[in-house]
Design a protein around this ligand. Structure first.
Ligand code: MG
Length: 383
């Protein structure tokens, strides 16, 4: 920035510094009062894809109730956790926030059910990965600038958004794909954002699961992390109404894993002493991590949620219904691209002219993936 405070002041040498940023694909003059990572965050918040997250499923289909997490509130919780950790470790808070807010921009409607169905529909045409789609949203699909497609974010934000990627796709992604081929790490900010995602969903899915009645406090006491905090809270308070009990346990669980993450990462940083961000990238393993014991507890919680909540028959029934809706939409638009709104139809025709049916399929997938849950239902009813 030209007039504001030095954005690198007070950050650790191994943080993502503005001074060593690899910059934007289309060079732009610096902003007056914002760092480039703050600018990335602001571009993400103003994007269409970000606003649509409010009507996209996290676990419970959007119309099931107003109290459940959506992709938007999930992303905000991820950003809150990520920022706290970044700040405690003297890493770039705006970069962490930008990555966290953008990490699910490419998610289809209907959560993972939607992702799986779209991936099957796209099997012959290069597949569909929501992670790669998040990158596609910020690199190609947002239309907010006269001079270029996408949001023209910095390398560091894009590196963080692309959490995983197949080798075949990595080879097409140039500088950004290189780390998957050479087995390098992303920045610490990206590593933190990835773990903040897991902390956020593990904990809010406990809350949403309890709210839905699909799992109970007694069920959750099988999980060591939950059981421990349940015991402490029960011992400290003779009687607590269940909502307060659940939230009291929830915040203690988050505090527990977040503190562990900060302490273990500090320990690893002390051992490895990376001189700068490139040293972080060439480490054989991530420096941001839980301790072994906490990682095991966190994994147990994740397994519990997978078998008892995500595979609950109620959720499975929603999944299959939602899957049929998406498949129906994909097939209808593939057959006849003129059923899509004009700009998507034109994109499909232009991409088909370049790469044949794979191009047409990609444009259809872009359109379908961008839908909110309720828009997908509406479109399905219309067709
Ligand atoms: Mg997420």
């Amino acid at each position: 920035m030209r007039k504001g405070r030095d954005p690198d002041a007070g950050l650790a040498p191994y943080a993502a510094l503005m001074a060593t940023s690899r910059g934007r694909r289309n060079p732009e003059p610096p902003a007056d009062y914002r760092s480039e990572f703050q600018r990335d965050r602001d571009r993400i918040v103003h994007s269409n894809a970000f606003r649509r997250l409010v009507y996209k499923t996290q676990v419970f289909i959007n119309h099931e109730g107003d109290m459940y997490r959506t992709r938007l509130t999930h992303s905000l919780e991820v950003a809150q956790i990520g920022r706290s950790v970044a700040n405690a470790l003297a890493l770039s808070e705006p970069l962490t926030e930008a990555i966290c807010l953008a990490h699910d921009l490419g998610h289809t409607p209907f959560g993972h059910a939607g992702q799986d169905v779209l991936n099957e529909c796209m099997r012959e045409y290069g597949g569909f990965e929501h992670n790669l789609q998040s990158l596609r949203v910020v690199d190609e699909l947002e239309e907010r600038y006269a001079k270029f497609s996408g949001l023209n974010l910095t390398f560091e934000t894009r590196e963080g958004i692309l959490k995983h990627c197949s080798l075949a796709n990595a080879r097409q992604l140039g500088e950004l794909g290189r780390r998957f081929i050479e087995r390098e790490q992303p920045s610490l900010e990206a590593q933190i954002s990835d773990l903040a995602d897991a902390i956020a969903y593990n904990n809010h899915d406990v809350d949403d699961g309890l709210r839905s009645g699909l799992v109970t406090i007694d069920d959750l006491r099988e999980v060591a992390l939950f059981a421990r905090h349940h015991a402490t809270v029960s011992a400290a308070y003779a009687y607590l109404p269940s909502r307060r009990m659940i939230h009291e346990i929830g915040r203690r669980m988050i505090h527990d894993v977040v503190s562990d993450l900060i302490e273990e990462t500090t320990r690893r940083l002390g051992e490895a002493k990376p001189a700068n961000i490139d040293a972080v990238r060439t480490m054989p393993r991530p420096l941001a991590a839980f301790s072994e014991a906490k990682a095991a507890e966190h994994t147990d919680l994740k397994k519990f949620l997978r078998t008892r909540l995500y595979r609950h028959e109620h959720i499975e029934a929603q999944r299959s219904g939602a899957g049929q809706v998406l498949r129906g939409l994909f097939e209808a638009f593939m057959q006849d691209v003129t059923r899509m709104p004009a700009e998507h139809r034109d994109a499909a025709l232009a991409m088909e002219a370049l790469t044949g049916m794979a191009g047409r399929a990609r444009a259809v997938a872009d359109y379908v993936a961008g839908m909110t849950d309720r828009y997908a239902f509406q479109e399905h009813a219309r067709l």
